[in-house]
Design a protein around this ligand. Sequence first.
Ligand SMILES: NC(=O)c1ccc[n+]([C@@H]2O[C@H](COP(=O)([O-])OP(=O)(O)OC[C@H]3O[C@@H](n4cnc5c(N)ncnc54)[C@H](O)[C@@H]3O)[C@@H](O)[C@H]2O)c1
Length: 387
Amino acid sequence: MNKQSIIGVIGAGAMGSGIAQVAAVAGHKVILFDSNAAAVEKAKTSLNTTLQKLSEKGKISSAAEVFSRFEFATDIEAFKNCALVIEAIIENLDIKKKVFAEVESIVSDSCVLATNTSSLSVTSIAAACNKADRVIGLHFFNPAPLMALVEIIPAVQTEKSLVDTCKDLMLSWAKTPVITKDTPGFIVNRVARPFYGEAIRIYEEGIADIATIDWAMTELGGFKMGPFALTDYIGHDVNYVVTETVFQSFFYDPRYKPSFSQKRLLEAGWLGRKTGRGFYNYAEGAVQPEPKKDIKQGMYIADRIVAMLINEAVEALHLNIASAKDLEIAMTKGVNYPKGLLQWCDEWTAERTLNLLDSLYEEYHEDRYRASVLLRKMVADKKKFLA
Ligand SMILES: NC(=O)c1ccc[n+]([C@@H]2O[C@H](COP(=O)([O-])OP(=O)(O)OC[C@H]3O[C@@H](n4cnc5c(N)ncnc54)[C@H](O)[C@@H]3O)[C@@H](O)[C@H]2O)c1
C-alpha cells in the first residue's frame, strides 16, 4: 500500500471521522461512509473546521487540499476501488459481521478489511468473510488524530504478511503500531483493567474515598488522572461496558470482575462528565470532596494498584499477548502511563512486586490477587524484564 491507495472508512462517528482525518492528512484519498446521512453531514462540517484550525496552527499546509481528498458517501458502493477499508461502526458483532460481508461483495479481492473494534473478536468478524485472510484489527485510540498508538490484531485467519503491510502503513501515517494477539481487550484494554477495578475495590471496602484514591494515583503514582476522575471523563457507559465485556470474554476470570458501584452509576444515568454526575458531581457550585493526604495510606493505595497493573502486564507477556517492547509502548502511548509497567517492575524489583501481590493474596485469599507465574520465575532467576 502507498499514498495512491484509496482508503475507505465505515462509520462517520467519533472514531471513523478521526481515522479518516489521519489517512487524508497522510496523503490518501479517503471515502468516509455512514448509513446515517446526518452523521456524514456532521463529520463533513467538523472535519472542515478541524482542518482549518490545523492549517492556522501550521500543522498542515493547506486545509483545502486535504479536504479535497475526502469523498463523503451514503452508498457503500463508493468503496469499490479501495485498497483498505477500516470499519468503525457500532460495537455489535452481528452488525459488524453483516457489514463486512456486504463490503466484501463490493471491493476487489486484494482489498484489506480492517476493524477498529475495542472488544470484539477479530476472528469472529473475519469469519463473516469469504476471504477471511484479508481481515485484520486496527485499533486506534480516541481521539485518533492525537493518540499515536494503533494496536494491530491479526485474526486466526489473517494472512501473515498483512501484519507487516499494516505496520508500514501505520508508520507512514505517523502512528506507533504494536502487534497483539486476538484476545479480549488486546493490550491496553486488558492490562489497564486494575487501574479502575482495584481503585473501585479500595473505595468499596472503605479504605479510602474517591478523592484520596485519585490524589494517591496522581501525586504519588504519577498518573495524569486518577481512576475516578478518568472513568467520569471516559463515561461509565463506555468504561463499565468494556470491563463487563472483558470479564465475560475471559470466561469470568475473577481478576476482571466488574463492580456494583460502577454498575449502579450506569443504572442511575450518572455517566460522568457528560451527564454532569458520575463519581464526582460536576454541577456548578458543587462542593468537591477533599483528599486526605496521608502519605502512608496514599503509598499503600498507589502500590496496590500499580502492583496489580504490573501483574497484568507480566501475565500478558507470559501468555505471548505481545512483546515486552510493545507492552511498554502500548501503556505509555495508549493510556499515557508515566512509564511502562515492566520498567516499573524492574525499578521496584520483581521481588518487591511479588511480595505486594502475595501479601494481598494472603490477606484476601481471592484469585484476583494471584501473581503471574512469570513474576515468580523472574524472582527465582533474579532477572529483569528489560535488561
Ligand atoms: N470511542 C472510543 O473511545 C473508541 C476507541 C477505540 C475504538 N472504538 C471502537 O470504534 C467503533 C466506533 O466507535 P465510535 O465511538 O466512533 O462510535 P460512534 O457512535 O461515534 O459512531 C458510530 C457510527 O457508525 C454508524 N453506523 C452504525 N451502524 C452502521 C452501519 N451498519 N453501516 C454504516 N454506519 C453505521 C453510526 O451512524 C455512527 O455514525 C466501535 O467499534 C468502538 O468500539 C471506540
